[in-house]
Design a protein around this ligand. Sequence first.
Ligand code: ACO
Length: 446
Amino acid sequence: MSSTKPESVINDKAPSATRRDTLSITDNRTGRQYELPIKNETVRALDLRPMKVNDEDFGLMGYDPAFTNTASCSSKITFIDGDKGILRYRGYSIEELAEKSTYIETAYLILYGELPDKSQLADWSYHVTHHTFIHESIKKFLDGFHYDAHPMGMLISTVAALSTFYPDAKDIFNPESRRKQTYRLIGKMPTLAAFAYRHSLGMPFVYPDNDLSYCGNFLNMLFRTTELKYRPNPTLERALDILFILHADHEQNCSSTAMRCVGSSHVDPYCATAAATAALYGPLHGGANEAVLRMLVEIGSINNVPAYIKRVKAGEKLLMGFGHRVYKNYDPRARIVKHIAYEVFDVMGKNPLIEIALECERIALEDDYFVSRRLYPNVDFYTGLIYQSMGFPMTMFPVLFAIPRTSGWIAQWEEMLLDPEQKISRPRQVYLGHDLRSYTPLDRRG
Ligand code: ACO
């Protein structure tokens, strides 16, 4: 793994010329000079295309594997300042939302751009609550999975299957249809997730309870056994709600990019959400909290932490839950999560792995390897410990990320669809393979 260091800075002394929002480029292959407009701190990659050596030349392109310095869209949803550790949804700080809002209200904010008034919130909650049931046939799909199937695999498959039940979802440029699919997706993701979990336990499915909150109902569908009425523990219900707020959106991350990219083909939102969920499953993204817990179990005791850190520094291991493409400071979500962990431990008892996690963090924050690379705990470093204490198996951790992130995915998808500048996503490549060569018959190949 290596970080790409920019090589383009030639002279950083600013001359005292009058400011113009343009970029001057001299193409030293031809001696021609170009002036590119700068807007919103970006130049347009297509403005490079006229830079050609001759008429046959395709023109210059930007080369940016993994999009480390390429904006693929403009957006009004989420703001991140990775150097300062700032995260805001629609202008509201994550700290204030985590303290004062609920997930269902935050989802509305992310989707529709403003906090709802009382009647808008009541209407939104009503519609989400009344779209939590899933078609009985989905249960038959779930029955087909092995008892030890990973719930993310079951979630990805069943959310894609929803597309076959709602053919009206193909009408993506109809605002009413989009609104309906939004209710369905936000309402049904917890049900699909809970049913996948119950399937893995061999337990009967628990149907949604409309009297409970979004998270209260989710806990009901997961954990209810023989009680006539499930009553969620208020501390755990609120902890889950805050975790859902923290995970609701995170601008152009891997899964949101998958949502936009797949959605740009104009497929229905269920299939695009299945693709985004698949992207989230990977251990470098939403699968990281599961990987953190496996790492802490592998480390086993505080005494083994220095040896593990040594292996990380030797490049043999990653310190899972550390580092972020955008945050080069403490992830603001990780701070809030750490606080919630202790509230959950007060109810459920202390997770013994917390001591190992704290020791990893303490050593890493003082060690030059991590400091010089600006590697800090990300949101996933502590969430696994909370989820484990709440009784979730590790395989459910990425599922608990996918449920709230659905609001962000839908908002990103809708913004992409309505953006007149967007088209089907189709990057370019730099072809470095063979030039034309002639076919050799099989009997003459050595
Ligand atoms: N442990 C040890 N070293 C690390 C780690 C880590 N967790 N993360 C990055 N580094 C090192 C790299 O080896 C690299 O070192 P080098 O310059 O000597 O080659 C340097 O830090 C820069 O890392 P990159 O991989 O170039 O950074 P990138 O932005 O591509 O990766 C990522 C970000 C994928 C999150 C990475 O930090 C990582 O793998 N972390 C562990 C997995 C994780 O926690 N993922 C969750 C992210 S949050 C989320 O998705 C919700």
